[in-house]
Design a protein around this ligand. Structure first.
Ligand code: NAP
Length: 352
């Protein structure tokens, strides 16, 4: 711990965290012990209650999505917990507060450090499980819909992977902004969930051609498409564009290559945009946190917008949690409970 840090209570010298062994196709997870993170200027230390699981964690353990330089290589991009130390007296107001935070890594641990500017108070009436399921997916959805997509009330948005963590957040934010929402999903159960969250249209792509359905239902086209699928979806998206439409690709779950006819994009003056959150600057993320809270903190506290939880597992179940995501079984978020876990417990190796 840096000398400048204000320590609220006696903290242990070491913490447990989950580390990745043999990053790659055959990676494994294992508990390890590490010194508590040292605080740099502007940072606070969170005693982690729970961590959200994200598909990015699965990519990171495969070696495809490494931590940014100087950031923790431990998995975990969002947490909830209690602030137990702060680097400067100006940050002392956070001490003892229940918070949720976007972290650059290190969330699968008993303690994590984070810039105070990336920390949000737990909304009134929420528990720490809901809070852990919020920062990464709601900040991603906010960024894609509004900062990049410039979604306006009355516009039409198509969300691929509508029942994903990001998708379930995006449906709620887009509806709250007064947009019309369509989603694509891989099962009727996922479609029902998206409709219950407010989507007007949920298309099970295993049963229907989503291009055909949308051309019938929304003949004027779609103003904004958020697409984590890419691959052959990019050409399909081109058939759905309204004038001046934007298509934001934020992952490549169906592959990184596709044949593309430029003509429909020209005709519609459309924009094809690629976006990441993790490698944005500290200030950009801080601005996003402020913008999300300014626009939606009241809706969070009123309970109008909440993360859609699939399930909560003890962090000893991190491996089965990853398998659930990898096999597309989850609807909304999986959260790992870290506080209160048996300190002698070992990690489960898979789904029984
Ligand atoms: N660029 C960024 O800033 C950013 C930020 C956050 C997340 N992401 C990325 O966004 C994606 C969603 O993340 P998440 O954590 O919300 O995921 P998630 O909760 O695990 O949900 C992903 C869903 O995508 C669908 N899917 C998977 N493979 C597919 C394919 N080949 N074609 C069509 N649909 C497919 C599946 O649902 P169905 O059964 O409905 O097909 C799956 O359940 C991930 O790839 C993640 O890495 C990017």
């Amino acid at each position: 711990m840096a000398e400048a840090a204000l320590i609220r209570t006696g903290l242990p010298a070491q913490m447990r965290c989950i580390e990745v062994l043999e990053p790659g196709k055959h990676s494994r997870l294992q508990f390890s012990r590490q010194p508590l993170p040292e605080l740099a200027c502007g940072q606070v230390l969170i005693q982690v209650a729970a961590a959200g699981v994200n598909r990015a964690d699965l990519m990171q353990r495969r070696g495809l999505y490494p931590a940014m330089p100087d950031e923790s290589p431990t998995l975990g991009l969002e947490v909830s917990g209690v602030v137990v130390a702060a680097a400067e007296p100006e940050l002392a107001g956070w001490l003892g507060k229940e918070v949720m935070a976007l972290v650059p890594g290190g969330g699968y641990a008993e303690y994590v450090r984070v810039p105070a500017a990336h920390v949000m108070p737990v909304p009134q009436g929420w528990d720490l499980i809901q809070a852990a399921a919020t920062p990464e997916v709601f900040l991603t959805a906010y960024q894609l819909l509004f900062s990049i997509g410039q979604l306006q009330p009355g516009q039409r948005v198509l969300l691929h992977a509508g029942a994903s963590g990001v998708g379930t957040a995006a449906i709620q934010l887009a509806k709250a902004r007064g947009a019309e929402v369509a989603v694509t999903v891989g099962s009727d159960e996922k479609a029902q969930c998206c409709l219950a969250l407010g989507a007007e249209l949920a298309i099970n792509y295993r049963q229907q051609d989503f291009v055909e359905v949308l051309r019938q239902q929304w003949p004027a086209g779609v103003d904004l498409i958020l697409d984590p699928v890419a691959g052959d979806y990019i050409a399909k998206n081109a058939a759905l564009l309204a004038m001046d439409a934007k298509v934001v690709i934020y992952a490549m779950m169906a592959g990184r290559q596709a044949e593309l006819d430029f003509a429909p994009w020209f005709r519609k003056r459309a924009q094809l945009i690629w976006s990441t959150l993790r490698n944005r600057s500290h200030d950009y993320k801080a601005g996003l946190v402020q913008a999300l809270l300014a626009d939606f903190a009241a809706s969070f506290a009123a309970g109008n917008i909440r993360p859609k939880l699939d399930r909560v597992l003890c962090w000893t179940q991190a491996e089965p949690a990853h398998q659930l995501l990898a096999t597309n079984q989850t609807i909304g978020k999986v959260v790992l409970q870290i506080a209160g876990a048996d300190p002698a417990a070992t990690l489960d190796s898979g789904i029984s």
